[in-house]
Write a protein that binds this ligand. Structure first.
Ligand code: NDP
Length: 347
């Protein structure tokens, strides 16, 4: 089969579109013919190389995919060839205390499919293998590209806002990167819960995109002072929740934007892991700093109910043939994306 593979860390030039062996399934696995797969920032981290994380080489990225089941393992009872599915990208032992309690991401064996798996073994390929537990029926009403675009960002944003920050009606929520993959989901999730997203983005076009997603408060961070606008919008009170994933470049503004007793939830650090914090603010204003990582299958299933009812719309920014994965990654690195980038295998 054809796949996008890399054998060493580096720039997009290490990505090779080439022939590799089709995955062989085990008794509890299914084989999927990939019809669409999305790009996530973890594809970029794996390609560049991330301190503290070993990437199995050769590596196929891709933690989101939609496709048709073409083969099922001997122990798989409830999935059959021809089923149209999407993938839940969290792999864990499913027997430990944490897995049994729905806390998959605490499992010692937890891995993100297409990021921490390998050699090979991700979604940027013509065929992909996953455990039967990890397939979910394709949401009704979605095309392949939309279906392949959303699982990872939907479950992560859902967990951050619903499971961790516990947003409520009326909450003002500062959403960084609101036109990006996570942010576009976060804006829509806020709306479902009656919270008010304050969407931050870096161009007028992106700000307009956020308005169409349902954000009433909008900040163009290239033209406006974010903190000043937050003070205006909240009447100097500060926001209830900050949705963070940018890291170093925004951390201080995020902390300063919080109300007394407010909650900052973070899952990432695109611009750097150093986050200087004046601890006096933390204790005096009694703020809550929460970490969040991915989500469990229930987070995804709950989010997908709102996709099927039309309240959350997947947003596909661009679609490229699979062999152009490098172009898609470059656009993400240059912040040129609104929503998600999708790759489609030729066949
Ligand atoms: P995207 O590329 O889709 O979006 C990132 C957004 O970050 C952009 O839209 C951009 O918005 C914003 N951004 C970039 N630089 C800056 C800056 N200097 N100041 C303010 N905003 C900035 O990525 P994703 O949404 O998919 O992922 C975001 C991060 O979250 C990544 O680091 C990723 O690895 C991490 N992540 C972590 C997960 C976890 O479970 N731990 C799961 C998913 C993602 P704009 O320039 O328009 O303001």
């Amino acid at each position: 089969m054809k796949a996008v593979v890399f054998e060493e860390h580096g720039g997009v030039d290490v990505l090779q579109y080439k022939e590799v062996a089709e995955p062989k399934i085990g008794p509890n696995d299914v084989l999927i013919k990939v019809r669409a797969a999305s790009c996530n920032y973890n594809d970029i981290w794996a390609r560049r190389g991330m301190p503290g994380m070993r990437v199995s080489m050769p590596h196929i990225s891709g933690s989101d995919a939609a496709g048709e089941v073409v083969e099922v393992g001997s122990e798989v009872a409830d999935i059959k060839s021809g089923d149209e599915v999407i993938i839940y990208p969290g792999l864990s032992c499913r027997t430990c205390q944490f897995c049994a309690n729905g806390q998959d991401t605490f499992c010692r064996q937890y891995k993100i499919w297409g990021f921490q798996t390998g050699p090979l073994d991700g979604g940027h390929a013509e065929f992909a293998k996953v455990p039967a537990f990890n397939v979910i029926p394709k949401p009704k009403g979605l095309g392949w590209e939309e279906a392949g675009s959303l699982a990872l960002v939907l479950l992560t944003s859902w967990r951050m806002l619903v499971g961790r920050a516990r947003i409520r009606a009326g909450d003002l929520v500062l959403v960084w990167g609101a036109a990006g993959g996570l942010g576009s989901m976060a804006v829509q999730i806020c709306r479902i819960f009656g919270a008010q997203p304050i969407a931050v983005a870096s161009s007028d076009e992106k700000v307009e995109f956020c308005r169409r997603l349902g954000a009433e408060h909008l900040i163009n961070r290239k033209k406006q002072d974010v903190l000043e606008r937050v003070r205006e919008i909240t009447g100097r009170r500060g926001v209830d929740v900050v949705f963070e994933h940018v890291g170093n470049a925004t951390w201080e503004q995020s902390v300063a934007s919080l109300k007394w007793g407010g909650t900052l939830v973070t899952c990432g650090a695109t611009t750097g892991f150093e986050a200087p914090t004046d601890l006096r603010l933390l204790w005096n204003k009694q703020m809550n700093f929460l970490g969040s990582h991915m989500g469990n299958k229930t987070d995804l299933l709950e989010g997908l109910r709102w996709v099927e009812s039309g309240h959350i719309k997947p947003v596909v920014s661009h679609t490229f043939p699979l062999q152009e994965a490098g172009t898609a990654q470059t656009m993400m690195e240059n912040n040129e994306v609104m929503g998600k980038m999708v790759l489609v295998p030729e066949s």
